[in-house]
Design a protein around this ligand. Structure first.
Ligand SMILES: C[S@@+](CC[C@H](N)C(=O)[O-])C[C@H]1O[C@@H](n2cnc3c(N)ncnc32)[C@H](O)[C@@H]1O
Length: 281
């Protein structure tokens, strides 16, 4: 498939209403501090059975570090990698070779010219506000019989950390900008996600939560880049570093982040074989 075939459809599609929760990232720092995401991705990829010649969508590819792990499992295949953040797309394009087609795209607006064999996603869906819409778009992206294998933040994810971040946000001089702000995260339960996937048309659905506490390698940089990106974007420049430092200090040392991951496997039903009886006659 020629990469240019994807361009008009994936382009930089982003509807104004849905773009509100998206933000750009510091892709260079993310690439360096994303060891926890890389470790999770290895486990998610182990759940995705591949022959090696498939076309797979990496939904929310970030800097491309994890996408490279997916490519290693596709020696004769292709990866379509999409992300909403311009800096991530730029970094992923630079990092990945010709076997990856990388586009900027909000997953809620995803449209593909040719369906893919599988969808993989690591540490992304909790940033997406509308999960019904997300699963609808991913379903439409898959060939009949294609698998969705994903992981993201689930119910209870970084709850202790967010309590601390909210406490500091109530202190001056941060309160004027952040006081009472609840953030954009969508940490869904396994049960609600299971139901949403069925409603979108998926079958063989399995969803489960898994506590996965981590000690990030560069605590302050990790917080600044991953967990506090939205907070910092809402603060004037001179307050950003002091706020991140105040949150890190109140969390204590060593920094432990109480991650809870939501795992997802699901499949688009195969097309009924010709002549097979239709459901309900
Ligand atoms: C924590 S990073 C994970 C990146 C990569 N999957 C990894 O494991 O390293 C989350 C990514 O989700 C992307 N993202 C957030 N909301 C999105 C949306 N609505 N559509 C597409 N990408 C989105 C962000 O831009 C960011 O690159």
């Amino acid at each position: 498939m020629s990469p240019s075939a994807w361009e008009p459809l994936l382009g930089t599609s982003q509807s104004p209403g849905r773009a509100a929760a998206a933000r750009d990232w510091d892709a260079v720092t993310y690439d360096r501090v994303s060891d926890p995401q890389v470790a999770w991705a290895g486990r998610v990829l182990d759940r995705l059975a591949l022959v090696g010649d498939e076309t797979v969508l990496d939904a929310g590819c970030g800097s491309g570090r994890v996408t490279r792990m997916l490519l290693e499992r596709l020696p004769r295949g292709h990866v379509v990698a999409v992300d909403a953040a311009p800096s991530m797309v730029e970094q992923a394009r630079a990092a990945l070779g010709e076997r990856a087609t990388v586009f900027q795209c909000d997953l809620q607006e995803l449209r593909v010219p040719e369906p893919v064999d599988a969808v993989f996603s690591n540490a992304v869906f909790h940033w997406v506000p509308d999960h019904d819409r997300l699963f609808q778009r991913l379903f439409a992206t898959l060939k009949p019989g294609g698998h969705l294998v994903a992981q993201c933040g689930g119910a209870g994810n970084v709850e202790r950390f967010h309590v601390v971040a909210r406490e500091v946000a109530l202190d001056e001089p941060y309160a004027e900008h952040l006081g009472g702000w609840q953030g954009p995260w969508n940490f869904a339960t396994a049960e609600a996600t299971h139901q949403r996937l069925l409603t979108a048309g998926f079958t063989d659905v399995s969803t489960w939560l898994e506590p996965s506490p981590i000690h990030p390698p560069e605590p302050l940089e990790y917080l600044r880049t991953v967990c506090l990106g939205h907070h910092l974007a809402a603060l004037p420049e001179p307050l950003r570093q002091p706020y991140a430092e105040a949150v890190a200090k109140r969390c204590g040392t060593p920094l432990e982040l109480d991650y809870v991951r939501l795992n997802i496997t699901a499949r688009r039903p195969p097309s009924p074989s010709p002549g097979a009886p239709l459901p309900f006659g």
